[in-house]
Design a protein around this ligand. Sequence first.
Ligand code: FUL
Length: 697
Amino acid sequence: MALFSFRRIVAFLILITFGCQPSIKPPEPIGPLPSQAQLDWQRMEMNMFLHFNMNTFTNMEWGLGGESPEQFNPTDFDARQWAQIAKNAGMRAIILTAKHHDGFCLWPSEFTEHSVKNSPWKNGKGDVLKELAEACKEYGLKMGVYLSPWDRNHAQYGTPEYITYFRNQLNELFTNYGEVFEFWIDGANGGDGYYGGANETRTIDRLTYYDWQNTFNLAFEKNPNVIIFSDAGPGCRWVGNEEGWAKETNWSFLDISDMAPGKADSDVLQTGMPNGDQWIPAEADVSIRLGWYYHDYEDHKVKSLPRLLDIYYNSVGRNALLLLNFPVDRRGKIHPIDSARIMEMSVQLKQDFKTGLIKNAIISASNVRGDDHQHFGTQFISDNDPSTYWAPEEGTDSASLIIEFPEVVSFNRILLQEPIQMGQRISSFSVYYEEDNSWVKIADQTTIGYKRLLRLNDYSTKRVKLVMESNRAIPLLSEFNLFHAPKVLVPPTVNRIKNGEVTLSSTENGLDFYYYAGSDEVKIWTKYEQPFDTENATSLSVKSVDPISKNESPEELIHMSLPKSNWKVVHVSSGNLTDAEKAIDENPNSWWESENRNALEEIIIDFGTEIEFSEITYLPMQERYTKGFISNYECYLSNNPNNFGKPIVSGEFSNIANNPIEQVIKFTKRKGRYLKFKAVSFIEGHQSAGIAELGVR
Ligand code: FUL
């Protein structure tokens, strides 16, 4: 009988219980406050950034502007692949470099010849923006555009006419491709360039040149909800670094009186301003590789899973939105290494936040606003709805919540969220857990904002306390939960120093490491307790084990050089010997570079004693902007440093420019005390011999 259904009876009981109570007014929001568009934006949490256009084909990060549209020609373009990856990884939107600093346009703009319309791709009939807009629609994603204000191609850049051009382009992008949810304004602006053939240096006044307010108004006319990104907002702000992290203290407020796109203090952007008068939350942009654009020599430099997790926890977990960049390759697709890595991250994050432990707990608050549990009770902090919240009494300076679990629980993650539609209110908080009947502090922190995630060691307890100590107005909390994230099971990082000592480490706390030095099929694993020596073994296997679940990471086999503790550089053709020691210091991040340019260069190493080996290894420098890559080499071996005779081996490092990993030179086993390594030629564009590390095994 529908009339007496259970729901109706409950509704009736609620009505008679609470309906007659005087209604308690909700707390007053405290400004600055986000707009609805900013609220929706913040809830996206993680979006995809794509760098793809002329630089992809010229192998540059910043094109000069004089490139030819002929050079743009993806071989297997697929915007649906981008959208599918974004969707599968849990992202909500894609922002594409429609025009980067070199001025090349990915859409057939009516206002320039420097676009896809004059490229061989699809015989000039292609439109990347159109295909992206369609793919986003298909996968339920939003689309944003990066339109570089700096244009090193345009002849009029620097004059008032260029502003008209820029606005015309903005208009095209906002008119022809459906809703543009975010308009990305990069800060890099002014410098040398092609500028229609002038080939000169041009600068502009970042505060006044673009008449930004009127430029923004054009975007708002097309989409009143567009989020405009720049150093100074107004929709969201650059986080002040390109490494994907915000400071632990991160306010979503800014006072932009002296700021403009490309004109701000990055330290301030990393924290926001506690007294800022506008709501301008942080967006943290970072690339999954070293560069923003695709370079095949960075295929081995895709960020590791632990690194990506650090980025997530230090951006989304610190009240910022994460904009993670994928450099699209020359096919017009995301590289398989990158897509596999982002899926690893997405799987791990799902595991981390799989089960909120608060579900079965009793939550008691220091007090509840007007005792009105129905509207302001603690049930709202675990309802997964960021708009509902628990509120304490007015006048509460410091409020607290105690969570009591029916049984002992273990946790290592804490999630906190403020209902930011009511303003960002909490300035400091701490978390305690109960051990032997007393409270032990485990976190002493500052801001929360939309979301704050804490990564901690494992704690086991029946009671946890959260104290919100200082607040801009009574603290409100929309979510508070604890999780027990599984360990990230990747093999430990291996580090060896010159004296031969090997250390194992991991960014994940609480893991055990095991190693086996040797190349036998059946390994006898040793538990890592302290730095060790590998004697003369050149193979080292390592793995991580979670001591609680006993789950293991895959094993990793590392090929090492014979120990270098007694090695010395006794001769270099240019530069000094102390500097040259960097070539054998076991540190892949330091390097020796010869001083002469375009000359044959050599280095002689004394092993201290005669040794036998069949491989020589050469690691080129591992920096983002490379130099000193040797392409042809000769190796000599002798017991007399003054008489080497003929090379024992010579050859070419075939793919070193594209894949600058450790290069291995193999030959039949030889003995000797002195090794002479000679650079015979360098790769195109390089003029010196650079060595991050030389080894033998
Ligand atoms: C920087 C630009 O100069 C880079 O090329 C890249 O687009 C990055 C996202 O912003 O400032």
